[in-house]
Design a protein around this ligand. Structure first.
Ligand code: FE2
Length: 288
């Protein structure tokens, strides 16, 4: 029979999970996870009470999840794990627009609209902004057939899925870029906002003495035939939280200026009053 001890236990568990694993990759992942978990417990000399607190924390995280709330993604984001995975999988080396976290508020299947659409479904006093830009390849050549899924907070710091009073798909759409890669849409200037703190992640942030705020941003998921999907944000220049994002997702190249425009022709084209706020950004996608 086996005589398990603190000294031989880790090797025994790894062997048990890797000898007949379904694939070499699964053996590598489970084996490494076990080694790091055991090393963590030994490193901090985890007490039984602390182990149980961890179990309760993960249980509460799972219970907080539903079809609109994803506490595990938020946990991954606030621990910096999402950005580690993003950086491993999207090394840019200067090519194309940088990626950042998906975040917990993405919803698949937003309404497909033509470039130029207004995606504001409710007026609660947000600053109207005309967003313009282009989708190109990594060398700056315009790409045909691109789409941009966009989602963002309203003026009350909430995404539509967090706000029972918000119309469905408010400030959320899939924009069809034109054949020359150009796109535009009318939305609101996003606000900085706290990630939800009424669950386990809020407790974790408080335990770390951290604030919960994210700098104002629009989320984008940009797709074009033959190119890698780009998941990223565009952050508002000058936001006070750019230096302390609760989910560590900021990158200097993803910051854009929101500026006032007096262009009466453009205002008339989009049904806006002069002066109006504009933001312009060009997305470069890397080839598959
Ligand atoms: Fe966000």
């Amino acid at each position: 029979m086996k005589d398990f001890t603190l000294e031989n236990l880790t090797d025994a568990v790894v062997e048990a999970y890797t000898t007949n694993a379904a694939s070499p990759r699964q053996a590598q992942i489970i084996g490494s996870l076990v080694r790091h978990l055991h090393a963590f417990a030994k490193d901090v000399e985890l007490t039984e009470a602390e182990w149980f607190e961890g179990i309760q924390f993960l249980t509460a995280t799972g219970k907080k999840c539903d079809d609109k709330r994803q506490e595990f993604i938020l946990l991954s984001d606030t621990l910096g794990l999402s950005m580690v995975v993003d950086a491993i999988n999207h090394p840019k080396g200067g090519l194309g627009t940088e990626s950042t976290v998906l975040g917990p508020f993405y919803v698949e299947g937003s309404p497909i609209v033509e470039s130029g659409a207004n995606i504001i479904k409710r007026d609660i006093g947000g600053e109207v902004v005309l967003v313009t830009g282009k989708v190109t390849d990594a060398a700056g050549k315009p790409l045909a057939g691109a789409t941009l899924e966009v989602w963002q907070t309203a003026n009350n710091q909430l995404y539509d899925v967090q706000d029972p009073d918000a119309p469905e798909w408010n400030l959320r759409a899939t924009i069809k870029a034109k054949d020359d890669g150009a796109f535009s849409f009318v939305s609101e200037k996003p606000t900085s906002y706290p990630v939800p703190t009424d669950g386990p992640v809020g407790q974790l942030l408080a335990a770390g003495g951290r604030h919960a705020f994210r700098p104002a941003h629009l989320h984008f998921m940009v797709k074009a035939p033959g190119h890698e999907t780009l998941t990223t944000h565009i952050f508002a220049d000058g936001d006070p939280y750019l230096d302390s994002d609760a989910v560590f997702a900021t990158k200097a190249a993803l910051v854009a200026k929101f500026e006032l425009s007096e262009d009466a022709t453009l205002a008339a084209k989009y049904g806006l009053k002069v002066p109006f706020t504009t933001m312009h950004y060009e997305f470069g996608l890397t080839a598959q």
